[in-house]
Design a protein around this ligand. Structure first.
Ligand SMILES: Cc1ncc(COP(=O)(O)O)c(C=O)c1O
Length: 499
């Protein structure tokens, strides 16, 4: 037996256990040192709202968001120096155009002069949403936009334009017994019924890849295709919210029949054949700290149906952001993005990234704590209701808020409540809370930032809190219960501090 034969006898599982990171630290930043008492004082001043807590004092892991928190590669830092700060059509714009065409398909970024503009760079995702939904809102009244799960800013931008935002989560998402790998799918039955009765109300349908509000769960190629075909049957264009397109493609490659041998770039290309346009925040799979884009497919149903909209977007953007060739970004940001897009579609990067989220989830599960399973691409979602099962915690005590506050004070780790408080609404007339279907605390894992051991320590902290769950108090809201997007603004205090 030679060494090659010997190596072949190792199982893939055994090899994976010792797999090193596909990168190493290029530079590091030391954290500050703060005591739990200092953190508690700062959190009290922040009204227990984790968004108001100073990031410098997060001495554990900052898992508030995976958005804009990516550690950039040395190639991206080098690209920043090549940024061209000209006002229009800077050097980076052309590099980005090539990267977009290569990643998503040439039809999403025309390079033919004189053609109607179909690609708009923005400074982040929500500004694309603002531009799109403002122009769509002007089309008429009583409009509706369905999605497999609207992200909060997407929903807010839709509603700000008096359009109804409807979530059509997959029934699998609410079924803890389901082992489906694609719980982010859209409920196609409800989608078709909706279109049958109201397609004239729907200017565009949306699919969010992966489904952030729906537990960061991926959407299968079969679902993407079916939604696209149904939408077109009723003459409704389909858009993607494509923030995590590469992570979604990785799940398709892993778990969907017929895709194992396909490369991630090939899968991404196929995904984008089933869309008429997309909005994207590049702060996720663009691997940068700032950037967004709005793209209409040349020859797609959207441009066919609404040929005037690109010009309306152009005007809107000039008024709000700047010329579409820089869209509120500096030239160096654009250069970093053109390089970053290439990183996110690399197999070894995605394998490690999504594997890390899974290993983090498994640590939490090993302690017997409830999370949404299987883990998605960018975050682990702790099931708040099951965490507090058997305790006196009531829905109106907002246990998820208590949990995030205590985790931050005691262990210096920051997560984010995305559940009864973030997505609930209060009716001042009845004094009642309308609760959403899901109640999670999300631990979003920034790209290329933490090592497995850091995340293991978060799992351990959660276990320590779980051991004391009987003594965790609820919170009362001292400010902002009735406000829109209230989780960003509200203040709280513990009902009692008998921890
Ligand atoms: C699915 C989804 N859509 C849109 C956005 C908005 O992007 P941005 O933060 O760049 O405005 C986010 C941000 O987290 C998101 O996760």
């Amino acid at each position: 037996m030679n060494t090659n034969d010997l190596i072949r006898t190792f199982t893939p599982e055994a090899q994976r256990k010792v797999q090193p990171r596909p990168y190493f630290n290029h530079s590091v930043e030391f954290k500050g040192l703060y005591t739990p008492q200092e953190r508690t004082r700062a959190l009290d001043e922040a009204g227990l709202n984790v968004f108001n807590f100073p990031a410098d004092m997060v001495t554990g892991c900052d898992l508030l968001s995976d958005s804009g928190t990516t550690t950039m590669s040395n190639e991206q830092w080098a690209a920043l120096h090549l940024g061209d700060e000209s006002y229009g059509s800077n050097r980076g714009y052309f590099k980005l155009r090539e990267a977009i065409r290569e990643t998503f398909g040439s039809e999403y970024f025309s390079d033919r002069p004189g053609l109607v503009h179909n690609a708009f760079i923005f400074h982040q995702g929500r500004s694309c949403e603002d531009a799109l939904f403002t122009t769509l809102g002007a089309l008429g009244s009583n409009l509706l936009i369905p999605n497999n799960g609207h992200f909060d800013t997407t929903q807010a931008n839709i509603e700000a334009n008096h359009i109804e935002a409807l979530n059509l989560f997959s029934p699998e998402l609410r079924n803890p017994a389901s082992s489906s790998h694609f719980k982010g799918n859209m409920d196609v039955q409800r989608f078709e019924e909706l279109l049958k009765n109201s397609n004239d109300r729907i200017p565009v349908a949306y699919l969010t890849l992966t489904n952030n509000t729906g537990g960061g769960q991926p959407v299968s190629m079969a679902n993407i295709k079916e939604v696209f075909l149904i939408a077109h049957l009723y003459h409704v264009p389909l858009f993607f919210d494509a923030c995590r397109f590469a992570e979604n493609a990785w799940f398709i490659k892993q778990f969907e029949e017929g895709y194992t041998e396909r490369s991630i770039p090939e899968i991404v290309h196929e995904m984008f054949t089933y869309a008429d346009g997309f909005t994207i925040s590049f702060k996720k799979d663009g691997m940068v700290n700032m950037g967004g884009g709005l793209f209409f497919k040349e020859g797609g149903l959207f441009l066919d149906k609404y040929p005037h909209i690109p010009d309306a977007i152009f005007n809107y953007q000039i008024q709000k952001e700047g010329h579409p060739t820089y869209g509120g970004l500096s030239g160096r940001d654009i250069m970093a993005l053109a390089v970053g897009l290439k990183v996110s579609a690399r197999d070894e990067y995605l394998e490690y990234r999504i594997g890390q989220v899974k290993r983090f989830g498994n640590h939490i599960l090993d302690y017997g704590l409830p999370i949404l399973e299987p883990t998605g691409g960018h975050a682990v979602y702790l099931d708040v209701n099951r965490f507090f099962e058997g305790t006196k915690m009531q829905p109106g005590d907002f246990g998820g808020i208590s949990l995030t506050a205590l985790l931050l004070s005691a262990y210096g780790t920051r997560g984010c409540e995305l559940g009864y408080f973030a997505f609930g609404t209060w009716n001042p007339a009845t004094g009642e809370e309308k609760l959403p279907e899901v109640n999670f605390v999300r631990f979003a894992v920034p790209r290329l930032r933490y090592e497995d051991a850091d995340l293991e320590s978060v799992a351990e902290s959660l276990k320590l809190l779980h051991d004391r769950r009987d003594r965790i108090p609820g919170v009362e809201i001292t400010y902002g219960r009735e406000l829109a997007l209230r989780h960003f603004k509200a203040r709280f205090r513990f009902k009692d501090i008998n921890v």
